[in-house]
Design a protein around this ligand. Structure first.
Ligand code: LLP
Length: 433
């Protein structure tokens, strides 16, 4: 569910007409709904709170990679949401947005020494270790930070989880599967046990649990359940040899209805399944949703530049948004519904939706049935709140588009559109030119 609805025929973000936003900030622009973010977080938080025995005082950590806008993060942080991060930049964003360090998880396959040191010094809740070699580096870094610590600046021993690769890949596209045996993520299950035991022997890290994340846009619960069961089994095995396992990080990955599907697992069913699998383990669960919270909370607002009609009948709707602004269709053949902000009367027609970029992959969709469209019309790509603005680039020297946050009848530009001067000023010309 989302809060982009028609009022008197025109699409609004909550109480704000998208036409007024387009006039005020120009197009393309990302527009986010506070009410939708709040609703999605609330649904997940309530579902989790319904299973206190199985899930403990669970952490919901928004996957910052899905939408790292500071105001989006601050909106979630005020609701009590934590942050799942994969870089120093994301940790800094989460902290700046008001997420307490003890609600920040640091994941990622390739954390640099500087990033690991930063995370330890920031006192993040948990570092998810993804390989044996990373564990060695982390122990080394933690130990040297402690040697340099002073009485006034003590360094806590980092709490870690071992990210297990349960060899179950899942997800809406091969390019967003992360838990398959050949994927680069996590430690194979048969190595994780020994690694956990080794970490337990070090005074410089405190292993507290296991983590997994098998993929994204997952639309059935079965693969998730297989992965969660693998974590359960491993927890029991580790405990059987006297090791402590108090947290299980279940990752993110639950899919959203981009096509308006009604057969996706509900948030309640997903959480209930997790509670069933973890029942009796007495662990604190963590969830790392990205898309689930943010996708339907955002649209990409765009204007039709022109309509190109070919002699063979093919009709191209040329938009001012391109693949550099919304990469998902070009990268993953992803579907985003396109909705005219104020549909015209008349017979619907087929359009190919394209951007202005000089690449043949700059096609958002083929053969979409839409009301008659004309130059100047406004359209909204739905479901663009996750992996939208964050994946954008300045390809073709197009400025990154602004982001707007709506809350009821009020709105604010929460990332400005850079001017061409801003863009050019970032590149000092070499002094020999
Ligand atoms: N936790 C970890 C460790 C992750 O790698 C990810 C996403 C998440 C949580 C959040 O997953 P979600 O709940 O959003 O599915 N750019 C792609 C998606 C890439 C997801 C990468 N990892 C897309 O636009 O579909």
């Amino acid at each position: 569910m989302h809060h982009f609805d028609r009022i008197n025929g025109a699409l609004h973000a909550e109480g704000v007409p998208l036409e007024a936003l387009a006039d005020a900030v120009g197009t393309p622009a990302y527009v986010y709904s506070t009410a939708t973010l709040t609703r999605h977080y609330g649904l997940l938080a309530d579902a989790v709170a319904a299973h206190p025995a199985a899930l403990g005082p669970a952490l919901i950590a928004f996957a910052v990679k899905a939408n790292s806008n500071l105001s989006v993060l601050a909106t979630l942080a005020r609701l009590g949401c934590g942050a799942d991060t994969v870089s120093e930049g994301e940790i800094r964003r989460a902290l700046k947005a008001g997420v307490p360090a003890n609600r920040i998880v640091f994941s990622g396959v390739g954390k640099t020494d500087a990033e690991l040191a930063f995370a330890i010094e920031a006192g993040v809740r948990q570092i998810n270790v993804e390989s044996a070699i990373e564990l060695d580096r982390l122990i080394e870094i933690s130990s040297s930070l402690k040697q340099r610590a002073t009485a006034s600046r003590a360094i806590a021993t980092p709490e870690i989880a071992i990210r297990v690769n349960p060899a179950v890949g899942a997800g809406g596209h091969a390019k967003i599967t992360t838990g398959g045996a050949t994927d680069k993520f996590g430690v194979p299950a048969d190595e994780a046990h020994a690694l956990y035991a080794r970490a337990s022997l070090s005074p410089h890290v405190t292993p507290v649990g296991l983590a997994c994340h098998i993929g994204s846009q997952i639309t059935t619960l079965e693969p998730l359940e297989v992965a969660f069961r693998a974590l359960r089994t491993m927890t029991l095995e580790l405990r059987a040899v006297g090791l402590t396992v108090s947290r299980l990080d279940l990752g993110g990955g639950l899919g959203v209805p981009y096509h308006g599907q009604s057969d996706l697992p509900s948030i309640e069913a997903y959480v209930a399944m997790a509670a069933r699998v973890l029942d009796g383990l007495d662990v604190e669960a963590a969830f790392e949703p990205g898309r689930l919270l943010a996708a339907n909370a955002g649209v990409l607002l765009s204007r039709v530049i022109q309509v190109n009609e070919r002699g063979d009948g093919r009709r191209f709707l040329v938009l001012d948004a391109g693949m550099n602004d919304l990469m998902r269709p070009a990268l993953y053949d992803a579907f985003h519904d396109l909705v005219p902000v104020r549909p015209r009367e008349g017979e619907p027609r087929l359009y190919d939706l394209v951007g202005p970029i000089c690449e043949s992959t700059d096609v958002f969709a083929r053969d979409r049935l839409l009301p008659p469209m004309q130059a100047g019309d406004l359209v909204a790509f739905m479901g663009a709140g996750a992996y939208g603005a964050v994946l954008a680039s300045e390809y073709n020297s197009r400025p990154l588009v602004p982001e707007v946050l709506v809350d009821g009848d009020r709105w604010a530009v929460v990332r400005t559109r850079p001017s061409y001067e801003d863009m050019l000023d970032r590149e000092p010309t070499a002094d020999w030119l």
